[in-house]
Design a protein around this ligand. Sequence first.
Ligand code: NDP
Length: 498
Amino acid sequence: MIKSINPATLEEIGAVEETPIEKLDEIFENSRKAQKMWAKVPLAERARRVVDVNRVISTQFDDISHLISQEVGKPPDEAFVSEVYGVADSTFNYYSNVVDILGREEEVPLGFYESLDKRSLIIRKPIGVICVIGPYNYPFTIPFQQIVQSLMAGNSVVFKPSSETVLTGKKIQEIFDEIDLPENLVQTVFGSGSKLGNPLIDNAEKVIFTGSTATGKRIMQRGANTLTDVDLELGGKSAMIVFPDANLERAVLAARWGCFTNAGQVCASVKRLYLHKDIYDGFLDDLVRKTKELKQDIPTKPNVDVGAMINEEQLNWVEKSVKAGIEEGAEILVGGRRNPNFEGYFYEPTIMTAESNDMKVVQEEIFGPVLVVLKFEDEEQVIEMVNDNQYGLTSSVWTEDIEFGKKIAEEINTGSIMVNEVVYTFALAPTPWGGTKNSGIGRTHGKLGFYEVSRPLHINIDEYKEPDLWWMPYDESYKEIIENFKNIASSLVVKDNY
Ligand code: NDP
């Protein structure tokens, strides 16, 4: 059995049976059968049947939020807004748009070849069995959205939740079991990634993985054996850049929420705060004061802002990283230790300053409630500092001059960037989600997400009645044809200036 432990109280809240590795062949066989049936269902009907999860979820908003809260350690209201609402909103969005995105035949202009009565169409087809491997930090909304997009596109899904959040994984399976889908279209397997990972990758047509960069690289390496396609949503070290003309009151609250929501266990968390030298002291004083006001407690109690981290191992990792930062010369302004008032895995909201962008605390992901603050002089310097990092998931620029903000945004090497916002764009279902560099490859959500879970099929149609010009025999008359081709090729030289 895999036990689920409440990280705030250390109570066992339930358990699920581990999936025996020998069962995976049968699971994939059943998945393929279900997928074949499902692919024949018209796209609009598939979308209508899948969106019915929203009806099921709407009857259990509080139960699901509470379950996530108990299993991950975040306040239930936060779980509702960031996870349950996120699923309802995105599922509705995908339902509303999928026919437009995947259902259209795209006619492709063919230039010269059209004169020979040829035309080309591109349509989107399902890929097959998609394996969704989920992380522990947003165990509901992240895999759920990936499953919804995969199903609407006509695939079947084998889903492996994190071993830390098996009950939320089980809940997702139960929700899909309640709607009208072919048997085995969605199947959930439970077990550690080290045991189940390889056979999952070997058997699936595609893996959508969300988790750490180290695991993502392992998955991609394994996928090379079978050329299993991968979509990797990995770690981050997001920056927030604040210029003096920003709405500073709002920016302080954004930095606080952006760093400490979900106890900092967010791939898109504000992890690096770059403050312009003219506002550095005042902004930091205010942020530290407001951080001290946060209430950290058992998350199911009323009015709690920050809950627990997921487990001892992650907490130890954060502790070790902060200590290493102090040894490097970072200065702690608030927090900097495990919260001594609890037996559970609570780490205090922590703000530390760093002198140099090269320090490890600035460069490496610390997956917990830890913010590192740096000073900058001008825009060129800050762009260089922000880009000098192995990760490229998301970041933000704060200024009231939107054109200037956009100009800076364009220089930052990330998958997305916000002007005057933090973290939340994961929730925007129609926009692409994914990173650059060590933050991953591929995109989930929106049109690009649907493209990731479908394959383009190019259909070429020929209504020419004569043999094609370039067919054999290559005799004397062929030379004339070649001369004609040369004339056409010469006419393709572009003579205008740029
Ligand atoms: P992990 O990489 O530890 O685990 C993620 C999932 O991968 C789990 O289900 C895990 O299973 C599984 N897994 C582990 N080893 C393998 C393997 N060899 N083959 C296949 N699957 C495997 O990540 P965390 O759960 O700790 O999540 C935190 C990380 O995820 C952070 O780095 C964070 O930044 C990133 N993340 C990225 C997001 C994005 O959208 N870019 C969003 C959310 C998080 P098990 O744990 O059961 O062994």
